[in-house]
Design a protein around this ligand. Structure first.
Ligand SMILES: Nc1ncnc2c1ncn2[C@@H]1O[C@H](COP(=O)(O)OP(=O)(O)O)[C@@H](O)[C@H]1O
Ligand SMILES: [Mg+2]
Length: 375
Protein backbone atom coordinates (compact mmCIF):
# COMPACT_ATOMS: atom_id res chain seq x y z
CA UNK A 1 0.00 0.00 0.00
CA UNK A 2 1.47 3.36 -0.89
CA UNK A 3 1.38 6.37 1.38
CA UNK A 4 -1.63 8.00 -0.18
CA UNK A 5 -3.74 4.85 -0.06
CA UNK A 6 -2.70 4.45 3.52
CA UNK A 7 -3.92 7.98 4.05
CA UNK A 8 -7.25 7.18 2.47
CA UNK A 9 -7.79 4.04 4.51
CA UNK A 10 -6.81 5.86 7.65
CA UNK A 11 -9.26 8.65 7.03
CA UNK A 12 -12.22 6.33 6.43
CA UNK A 13 -14.97 6.99 8.92
CA UNK A 14 -12.53 8.34 11.44
CA UNK A 15 -13.91 11.79 10.76
CA UNK A 16 -17.56 10.91 10.34
CA UNK A 17 -19.43 13.63 12.15
CA UNK A 18 -22.68 11.87 12.92
CA UNK A 19 -21.96 8.19 12.49
CA UNK A 20 -25.29 7.16 13.97
CA UNK A 21 -27.40 9.40 11.80
CA UNK A 22 -29.68 7.42 9.47
CA UNK A 23 -29.44 8.50 5.84
CA UNK A 24 -31.85 7.67 3.05
CA UNK A 25 -30.56 5.73 0.03
CA UNK A 26 -30.66 8.91 -2.04
CA UNK A 27 -28.62 10.72 0.59
CA UNK A 28 -26.08 7.90 0.78
CA UNK A 29 -25.67 8.15 -2.98
CA UNK A 30 -24.79 11.83 -2.58
CA UNK A 31 -21.81 11.13 -0.33
CA UNK A 32 -18.77 11.46 -2.57
CA UNK A 33 -16.80 8.28 -3.17
CA UNK A 34 -13.12 9.01 -3.41
CA UNK A 35 -11.70 7.71 -6.68
CA UNK A 36 -8.41 5.81 -6.54
CA UNK A 37 -6.76 8.85 -8.13
CA UNK A 38 -7.65 11.01 -5.11
CA UNK A 39 -4.66 11.98 -2.98
CA UNK A 40 -5.27 13.13 0.56
CA UNK A 41 -3.67 16.53 1.05
CA UNK A 42 -2.36 18.36 4.08
CA UNK A 43 -5.29 20.77 3.77
CA UNK A 44 -7.79 17.93 3.83
CA UNK A 45 -6.31 16.36 6.95
CA UNK A 46 -6.10 19.68 8.72
CA UNK A 47 -9.75 20.54 8.06
CA UNK A 48 -10.89 17.06 9.13
CA UNK A 49 -9.04 17.34 12.41
CA UNK A 50 -10.20 20.88 13.10
CA UNK A 51 -13.84 20.26 12.35
CA UNK A 52 -13.89 17.04 14.35
CA UNK A 53 -12.07 18.65 17.27
CA UNK A 54 -14.70 21.33 17.69
CA UNK A 55 -17.76 19.45 16.54
CA UNK A 56 -19.38 19.00 19.91
CA UNK A 57 -18.55 22.51 21.11
CA UNK A 58 -21.68 24.29 20.07
CA UNK A 59 -20.45 27.84 20.14
CA UNK A 60 -17.00 27.05 18.78
CA UNK A 61 -18.20 24.77 16.02
CA UNK A 62 -16.42 24.98 12.66
CA UNK A 63 -19.10 24.61 10.02
CA UNK A 64 -18.35 27.36 7.47
CA UNK A 65 -15.12 26.86 5.59
CA UNK A 66 -13.48 29.02 2.94
CA UNK A 67 -11.14 27.58 0.33
CA UNK A 68 -9.57 30.46 -1.55
CA UNK A 69 -6.88 30.31 -4.14
CA UNK A 70 -5.67 29.42 -7.59
CA UNK A 71 -7.92 27.92 -10.21
CA UNK A 72 -7.20 24.20 -10.43
CA UNK A 73 -5.60 24.03 -6.99
CA UNK A 74 -8.14 21.42 -5.95
CA UNK A 75 -10.82 23.40 -4.10
CA UNK A 76 -13.81 21.57 -5.51
CA UNK A 77 -12.21 18.19 -5.10
CA UNK A 78 -11.34 19.06 -1.52
CA UNK A 79 -14.96 20.02 -0.82
CA UNK A 80 -16.06 16.69 -2.25
CA UNK A 81 -13.41 14.82 -0.30
CA UNK A 82 -14.72 16.40 2.89
CA UNK A 83 -18.15 15.00 2.08
CA UNK A 84 -16.53 11.55 2.01
CA UNK A 85 -14.52 12.21 5.17
CA UNK A 86 -17.45 13.57 7.17
CA UNK A 87 -19.99 11.12 5.79
CA UNK A 88 -22.26 13.94 4.59
CA UNK A 89 -24.10 14.18 1.26
CA UNK A 90 -22.35 16.59 -1.16
CA UNK A 91 -24.34 19.26 -2.96
CA UNK A 92 -23.27 22.47 -4.63
CA UNK A 93 -24.49 25.78 -5.87
CA UNK A 94 -22.69 27.82 -8.50
CA UNK A 95 -23.22 31.50 -7.91
CA UNK A 96 -23.78 33.95 -10.77
CA UNK A 97 -23.84 37.72 -10.94
CA UNK A 98 -27.57 38.37 -11.20
CA UNK A 99 -28.61 35.84 -8.60
CA UNK A 100 -31.78 36.90 -6.84
CA UNK A 101 -33.42 35.90 -3.62
CA UNK A 102 -35.33 33.01 -5.17
CA UNK A 103 -31.96 31.47 -6.03
CA UNK A 104 -31.07 31.50 -2.35
CA UNK A 105 -34.31 30.34 -0.84
CA UNK A 106 -36.27 28.70 -3.62
CA UNK A 107 -39.26 29.12 -5.85
CA UNK A 108 -42.94 29.37 -5.12
CA UNK A 109 -45.14 27.90 -7.81
CA UNK A 110 -48.90 27.61 -8.12
CA UNK A 111 -50.33 24.15 -8.49
CA UNK A 112 -52.48 24.57 -11.59
CA UNK A 113 -55.46 22.54 -12.69
CA UNK A 114 -55.10 19.62 -15.10
CA UNK A 115 -57.16 21.50 -17.62
CA UNK A 116 -54.71 24.39 -17.73
CA UNK A 117 -51.73 22.11 -17.56
CA UNK A 118 -52.81 20.39 -20.76
CA UNK A 119 -52.84 23.69 -22.59
CA UNK A 120 -49.18 24.35 -21.85
CA UNK A 121 -46.37 23.23 -24.10
CA UNK A 122 -45.04 19.73 -23.61
CA UNK A 123 -41.78 20.72 -21.95
CA UNK A 124 -43.47 22.92 -19.37
CA UNK A 125 -46.01 20.19 -18.68
CA UNK A 126 -43.25 17.71 -18.10
CA UNK A 127 -41.43 20.00 -15.68
CA UNK A 128 -44.54 20.96 -13.74
CA UNK A 129 -45.59 17.34 -13.41
CA UNK A 130 -42.14 16.40 -12.15
CA UNK A 131 -42.29 19.25 -9.65
CA UNK A 132 -45.78 18.33 -8.42
CA UNK A 133 -44.76 14.72 -7.97
CA UNK A 134 -41.57 15.52 -6.06
CA UNK A 135 -41.34 14.71 -2.38
CA UNK A 136 -39.83 18.02 -1.35
CA UNK A 137 -36.40 16.53 -0.75
CA UNK A 138 -34.83 17.52 -4.03
CA UNK A 139 -34.36 21.13 -5.03
CA UNK A 140 -36.39 22.48 -7.94
CA UNK A 141 -33.16 22.84 -9.95
CA UNK A 142 -32.30 19.18 -9.51
CA UNK A 143 -35.79 18.16 -10.57
CA UNK A 144 -35.50 20.24 -13.74
CA UNK A 145 -32.01 18.99 -14.45
CA UNK A 146 -33.30 15.45 -14.33
CA UNK A 147 -36.61 16.00 -16.14
CA UNK A 148 -35.13 17.93 -19.06
CA UNK A 149 -31.50 16.77 -18.96
CA UNK A 150 -30.30 20.29 -18.32
CA UNK A 151 -27.24 21.81 -16.75
CA UNK A 152 -27.52 23.62 -13.44
CA UNK A 153 -27.45 27.04 -15.14
CA UNK A 154 -30.05 26.14 -17.72
CA UNK A 155 -32.30 24.71 -15.02
CA UNK A 156 -32.02 27.89 -12.97
CA UNK A 157 -32.99 30.21 -15.81
CA UNK A 158 -35.69 27.85 -17.09
CA UNK A 159 -37.23 27.72 -13.65
CA UNK A 160 -37.37 31.51 -13.56
CA UNK A 161 -39.09 31.70 -16.93
CA UNK A 162 -41.56 29.10 -15.84
CA UNK A 163 -42.28 30.95 -12.62
CA UNK A 164 -43.01 34.10 -14.57
CA UNK A 165 -45.21 32.27 -17.02
CA UNK A 166 -47.35 30.41 -14.52
CA UNK A 167 -47.73 33.26 -12.15
CA UNK A 168 -48.80 35.80 -14.77
CA UNK A 169 -51.05 33.58 -16.91
CA UNK A 170 -52.63 31.42 -14.34
CA UNK A 171 -52.97 33.32 -11.15
CA UNK A 172 -56.74 33.02 -10.96
CA UNK A 173 -56.61 29.39 -11.80
CA UNK A 174 -54.22 28.37 -9.04
CA UNK A 175 -55.72 26.10 -6.44
CA UNK A 176 -52.80 26.20 -4.09
CA UNK A 177 -49.16 27.23 -3.98
CA UNK A 178 -46.23 25.00 -3.32
CA UNK A 179 -42.75 25.91 -2.30
CA UNK A 180 -39.72 24.31 -3.91
CA UNK A 181 -36.55 24.76 -1.91
CA UNK A 182 -33.26 25.80 -3.48
CA UNK A 183 -30.19 23.59 -3.24
CA UNK A 184 -29.01 25.84 -0.41
CA UNK A 185 -32.19 25.47 1.63
CA UNK A 186 -32.31 21.76 1.02
CA UNK A 187 -28.73 21.26 2.25
CA UNK A 188 -29.37 23.58 5.17
CA UNK A 189 -32.51 21.80 6.29
CA UNK A 190 -31.34 18.24 5.82
CA UNK A 191 -27.75 18.65 6.99
CA UNK A 192 -25.59 18.21 3.89
CA UNK A 193 -22.23 19.57 2.91
CA UNK A 194 -22.82 22.40 0.45
CA UNK A 195 -20.12 23.80 -1.81
CA UNK A 196 -20.90 27.43 -2.62
CA UNK A 197 -18.86 28.19 -5.71
CA UNK A 198 -17.72 31.76 -6.37
CA UNK A 199 -19.95 33.77 -4.03
CA UNK A 200 -17.71 36.71 -5.03
CA UNK A 201 -19.70 37.26 -8.21
CA UNK A 202 -23.03 38.01 -6.50
CA UNK A 203 -23.98 41.65 -7.05
CA UNK A 204 -27.27 42.11 -5.23
CA UNK A 205 -26.71 43.23 -1.64
CA UNK A 206 -29.98 41.65 -0.50
CA UNK A 207 -28.84 38.28 -1.84
CA UNK A 208 -25.53 38.58 -0.05
CA UNK A 209 -27.38 39.40 3.13
CA UNK A 210 -29.68 36.39 2.78
CA UNK A 211 -26.69 34.14 2.22
CA UNK A 212 -24.88 35.72 5.10
CA UNK A 213 -27.68 35.12 7.57
CA UNK A 214 -28.01 31.54 6.32
CA UNK A 215 -24.43 30.99 7.40
CA UNK A 216 -25.04 31.91 11.02
CA UNK A 217 -24.33 28.90 13.20
CA UNK A 218 -27.69 28.90 14.94
CA UNK A 219 -29.43 30.59 12.04
CA UNK A 220 -32.74 30.05 10.40
CA UNK A 221 -34.25 30.88 7.02
CA UNK A 222 -37.71 32.36 6.63
CA UNK A 223 -39.51 30.67 3.80
CA UNK A 224 -42.92 31.75 2.56
CA UNK A 225 -44.34 28.53 3.97
CA UNK A 226 -42.35 28.01 7.16
CA UNK A 227 -39.21 28.83 9.10
CA UNK A 228 -36.43 26.29 8.81
CA UNK A 229 -33.55 25.93 11.21
CA UNK A 230 -30.00 25.10 10.38
CA UNK A 231 -29.46 21.35 10.67
CA UNK A 232 -26.60 20.68 13.11
CA UNK A 233 -24.70 18.78 10.38
CA UNK A 234 -24.91 21.48 7.71
CA UNK A 235 -21.45 22.46 6.50
CA UNK A 236 -20.89 25.25 3.99
CA UNK A 237 -17.68 25.21 1.97
CA UNK A 238 -17.16 28.47 0.08
CA UNK A 239 -14.75 28.12 -2.83
CA UNK A 240 -13.37 31.18 -4.57
CA UNK A 241 -10.65 31.82 -7.07
CA UNK A 242 -8.25 34.37 -5.76
CA UNK A 243 -7.84 36.86 -8.48
CA UNK A 244 -4.65 38.82 -8.55
CA UNK A 245 -5.98 41.45 -10.93
CA UNK A 246 -8.29 43.25 -8.64
CA UNK A 247 -11.64 41.67 -9.44
CA UNK A 248 -14.19 41.73 -6.67
CA UNK A 249 -13.03 40.20 -3.40
CA UNK A 250 -15.31 38.10 -1.22
CA UNK A 251 -17.87 40.19 0.64
CA UNK A 252 -16.42 41.10 4.05
CA UNK A 253 -19.45 40.01 6.04
CA UNK A 254 -19.42 36.60 4.39
CA UNK A 255 -15.72 36.32 4.94
CA UNK A 256 -16.24 37.08 8.58
CA UNK A 257 -18.70 34.19 8.91
CA UNK A 258 -16.19 31.46 8.10
CA UNK A 259 -14.37 29.73 10.93
CA UNK A 260 -11.57 28.10 8.96
CA UNK A 261 -9.76 29.18 5.81
CA UNK A 262 -7.34 27.36 3.54
CA UNK A 263 -5.17 29.27 1.11
CA UNK A 264 -5.07 27.06 -1.94
CA UNK A 265 -2.12 27.48 -4.27
CA UNK A 266 -0.97 25.62 -7.33
CA UNK A 267 0.24 22.43 -5.62
CA UNK A 268 3.95 21.75 -5.24
CA UNK A 269 5.73 20.11 -8.15
CA UNK A 270 5.81 16.76 -6.34
CA UNK A 271 2.07 16.88 -5.66
CA UNK A 272 1.34 17.96 -9.24
CA UNK A 273 3.24 14.94 -10.52
CA UNK A 274 1.65 12.58 -8.02
CA UNK A 275 -1.88 13.74 -8.97
CA UNK A 276 -1.07 13.64 -12.66
CA UNK A 277 0.18 10.04 -12.53
CA UNK A 278 -2.93 8.99 -10.65
CA UNK A 279 -5.16 10.68 -13.19
CA UNK A 280 -3.47 10.12 -16.53
CA UNK A 281 -1.66 6.85 -15.74
CA UNK A 282 1.31 8.32 -17.62
CA UNK A 283 4.31 7.89 -15.38
CA UNK A 284 7.51 8.93 -17.18
CA UNK A 285 9.09 11.04 -14.42
CA UNK A 286 11.50 13.03 -16.60
CA UNK A 287 8.66 14.07 -18.91
CA UNK A 288 6.28 14.92 -16.05
CA UNK A 289 8.99 16.94 -14.41
CA UNK A 290 9.76 19.10 -17.46
CA UNK A 291 6.09 19.75 -18.12
CA UNK A 292 5.52 20.68 -14.47
CA UNK A 293 8.45 23.11 -14.60
CA UNK A 294 6.95 24.77 -17.66
CA UNK A 295 3.56 25.14 -15.97
CA UNK A 296 5.17 26.67 -12.89
CA UNK A 297 7.21 29.13 -14.99
CA UNK A 298 4.18 30.08 -17.07
CA UNK A 299 2.11 30.58 -13.93
CA UNK A 300 4.73 32.84 -12.37
CA UNK A 301 5.25 34.79 -15.58
CA UNK A 302 1.52 35.35 -15.96
CA UNK A 303 1.29 36.76 -12.44
CA UNK A 304 4.33 38.98 -12.84
CA UNK A 305 2.99 40.46 -16.08
CA UNK A 306 -0.69 40.75 -15.20
CA UNK A 307 -1.63 38.19 -17.84
CA UNK A 308 -5.17 37.18 -16.99
CA UNK A 309 -5.16 33.48 -17.89
CA UNK A 310 -3.95 30.73 -15.60
CA UNK A 311 -1.59 27.85 -16.13
CA UNK A 312 -2.61 25.27 -13.57
CA UNK A 313 -3.41 21.67 -12.82
CA UNK A 314 -6.09 21.31 -15.47
CA UNK A 315 -3.86 22.51 -18.29
CA UNK A 316 -1.10 20.28 -16.96
CA UNK A 317 -3.31 17.17 -17.02
CA UNK A 318 -4.56 17.75 -20.58
CA UNK A 319 -1.08 18.56 -21.79
CA UNK A 320 0.30 15.31 -20.37
CA UNK A 321 -2.58 13.43 -21.90
CA UNK A 322 -1.79 14.86 -25.33
CA UNK A 323 1.92 14.14 -24.98
CA UNK A 324 1.17 10.59 -23.88
CA UNK A 325 -0.92 10.21 -27.04
CA UNK A 326 2.12 11.08 -29.15
CA UNK A 327 1.50 14.78 -29.89
CA UNK A 328 4.81 16.69 -29.80
CA UNK A 329 5.17 18.37 -26.39
CA UNK A 330 5.92 21.86 -27.65
CA UNK A 331 3.09 21.88 -30.12
CA UNK A 332 0.63 20.54 -27.53
CA UNK A 333 1.75 23.19 -25.06
CA UNK A 334 0.24 25.90 -27.25
CA UNK A 335 -3.15 24.25 -27.51
CA UNK A 336 -3.47 22.94 -23.97
CA UNK A 337 -1.70 25.61 -21.97
CA UNK A 338 -0.59 28.85 -23.62
CA UNK A 339 -3.62 29.72 -25.78
CA UNK A 340 -5.78 28.85 -22.82
CA UNK A 341 -3.99 31.64 -20.95
CA UNK A 342 -4.00 34.18 -23.76
CA UNK A 343 -4.05 34.63 -27.51
CA UNK A 344 -2.54 38.10 -27.35
CA UNK A 345 0.68 38.16 -29.41
CA UNK A 346 2.56 40.35 -26.98
CA UNK A 347 1.62 38.23 -23.97
CA UNK A 348 2.50 35.03 -25.80
CA UNK A 349 5.92 36.49 -26.56
CA UNK A 350 6.46 37.23 -22.85
CA UNK A 351 5.56 33.66 -21.94
CA UNK A 352 7.85 32.23 -24.63
CA UNK A 353 10.71 34.41 -23.47
CA UNK A 354 10.31 33.18 -19.91
CA UNK A 355 10.38 29.54 -21.02
CA UNK A 356 13.39 30.22 -23.21
CA UNK A 357 15.22 32.00 -20.39
CA UNK A 358 14.90 28.89 -18.24
CA UNK A 359 16.12 26.62 -21.04
CA UNK A 360 12.72 24.92 -21.22
CA UNK A 361 12.43 24.88 -25.00
CA UNK A 362 15.43 22.56 -25.38
CA UNK A 363 14.10 20.41 -22.57
CA UNK A 364 10.77 20.11 -24.32
CA UNK A 365 12.56 18.86 -27.42
CA UNK A 366 14.31 16.23 -25.33
CA UNK A 367 10.93 15.22 -23.97
CA UNK A 368 9.78 14.56 -27.50
CA UNK A 369 12.67 12.15 -28.08
CA UNK A 370 12.01 10.38 -24.78
CA UNK A 371 8.35 9.85 -25.61
CA UNK A 372 9.10 8.74 -29.18
CA UNK A 373 11.64 6.20 -27.95
CA UNK A 374 9.12 4.80 -25.56
CA UNK A 375 6.50 4.19 -28.24
N1 LIG B 1 -6.44 15.69 -3.87
C1 LIG B 1 -6.40 15.46 -5.16
N2 LIG B 1 -5.93 14.28 -5.64
C2 LIG B 1 -5.90 14.06 -6.98
N3 LIG B 1 -6.29 14.94 -7.92
C3 LIG B 1 -6.76 16.12 -7.52
C4 LIG B 1 -6.85 16.45 -6.13
N4 LIG B 1 -7.36 17.69 -6.01
C5 LIG B 1 -7.60 18.11 -7.27
N5 LIG B 1 -7.24 17.19 -8.18
C6 LIG B 1 -7.39 17.33 -9.65
O1 LIG B 1 -6.96 18.63 -10.05
C7 LIG B 1 -7.87 19.20 -10.99
C8 LIG B 1 -8.41 20.53 -10.49
O2 LIG B 1 -9.14 20.33 -9.28
P1 LIG B 1 -10.45 21.16 -8.87
O3 LIG B 1 -10.86 20.66 -7.55
O4 LIG B 1 -11.46 21.12 -9.94
O5 LIG B 1 -9.84 22.62 -8.76
P2 LIG B 1 -10.52 24.03 -8.38
O6 LIG B 1 -11.90 23.76 -7.87
O7 LIG B 1 -9.62 24.62 -7.35
O8 LIG B 1 -10.49 24.85 -9.62
C9 LIG B 1 -8.96 18.17 -11.19
O9 LIG B 1 -8.66 17.42 -12.35
C10 LIG B 1 -8.88 17.30 -9.96
O10 LIG B 1 -9.35 16.00 -10.18
MG1 LIG C 1 -13.84 24.52 -8.50
Amino acid sequence: MNKAEGGNAYIQKEYYLSPKRPLTDVEKELIWKKPISHKVSEEELRICKEVKRNWAREEMKIANILLEGDAGSGKTQLAKALSADFGLPYTKVTCFSDMDKSDIIGAILPVISDEHLHRMDARDQKVLKALYESDGFQSAQTILMEALQMTENQATSHLKDLMKKVSSDLKEDAVEYRFYPSEIVSAYEHGYLLEIQEPTVIRDAAVLMALNSALELDGSINLPTKVIHRHPDFIAVLTTNRDYHGSKPLNEALRDRVQHVEKMDLPSKEVMIERAIAKTLFSKQEVLSVLADCIIILDQTARANAIKGVAGMRSYLYWIDAVAAGIPAKNAMYHKVIYKMTTDEEEIRLLEEALCGHGMLEQLEEVETVVKKQQ
